[in-house]
Design a binder for this molecule. Sequence first.
Ligand SMILES: [Mn+2]
Length: 424
Amino acid sequence: MRIDQSVINEHNQQYISKHKESYGYAASQINNTEAILEKLIAFQIAIPSWALGTGGTRFGRFSGGGEPRSLEEKIADVGLLHALNKSSGSISLHIPWDIPTDYASIKSLASAYGISFDAVNSNTFQDQPQQALSYKFGSLQHVDKEVRKQAIEHNIEVIKHGVALGSKALSVWLSDGSCFPGQLNFSKAFKNTLESLEEIYAALPSDWKMYIEYKAFEPNFYSTTVGDWGQSYLFTSKLGDKAKTLVDLGHHLPNANIEQIVSLLMMENKLAGFHFNDSKYGDDDLTAGSINPYQLFLIFNELVQGMNDHNMSHATDLSWMIDASHNVKDPLEDLMQSVEAIKIAYAQALLIDAEMLKSAQQKNDVAMAQEILQNAFRTDVRPLLREARIRSGASINPIELFRKAKLRDLLISERGTNTIATGL
Ligand SMILES: [Mn+2]
């Protein structure tokens, strides 16, 4: 399903005079708005194919209807999001949930929506129907070489799908670990995992990267073999330049200082990028910025500083992706909220005067350093985001238009009420 550009333009027209007023005020308060707008327009956040349906929990799943039934419909949903916000210009596929049957037609469908293919994700955290050996006790770490071999081959298969679609990175998240003390020899598990990753790394095309995602716990509850950024960093530094550490915001122990982790990974040129979400207790996979927007802002402060220090392109040198799950909200509305929250945090971080902050730090002027950060965080940058959307042909208010145009109802009438997105 597509939304006509004239519908977006008409909707924007209703709000344009009100917007001009708020944007005029914001532009009078903020320096270099044009440079910020340019960056906001270029900044795209990839949508994971598994976030387009209702995720549910281990206790239940309450479908909202109209979920995409195929890879084609998932691409159509991301196309719809991108038409509304012009900030969701790529999709991250999950193999085997999204195996394309015809690469050429999938590629041309995606490009018709202005969508490219972000990192491809492998899956060795569950067994597939026709799978010979089980991942119950791990995959790349497994004590049995045959299981490791099967998991390695799967990852190489995922790379091949990605190459055919134009992806440039393989994202590896392992659930490998142990549930009880004594179950696992930690160093043996690490060495097995490293050997396995080395074989996958060797299969990477020259212009590809490998992202190693870490997670503190779950589904294993005693140890996780890639449990934190230090363990991921150990793997990526042993593997080589193409290997980088992927930060998923929900994969830390409570109160971890994620912004500090980000700063150090950037210092070492080992940050791959992000899986954005938010959490209160664990890997809650809630909407980005819904629980702790200040943390998201502080992370973007480190990102902007680090990217500028290393002369990196904000839009393309790191990988930006949402990794969320929706239990009680419309997945598309939730994704629009996440994209908005991420771009607000980014825009606020762009307001920070880096020289002033450095000088406050140099003088140990703690109060001034805090003032600089909090003044930026407390600035309402939403008029800038609206202006960026208008200039790029997106909706001034994506969620409102999504509701007014009854897009979910249209999706339900096209796909039905009892659809379940593949993989969920
Ligand atoms: Mn993730």
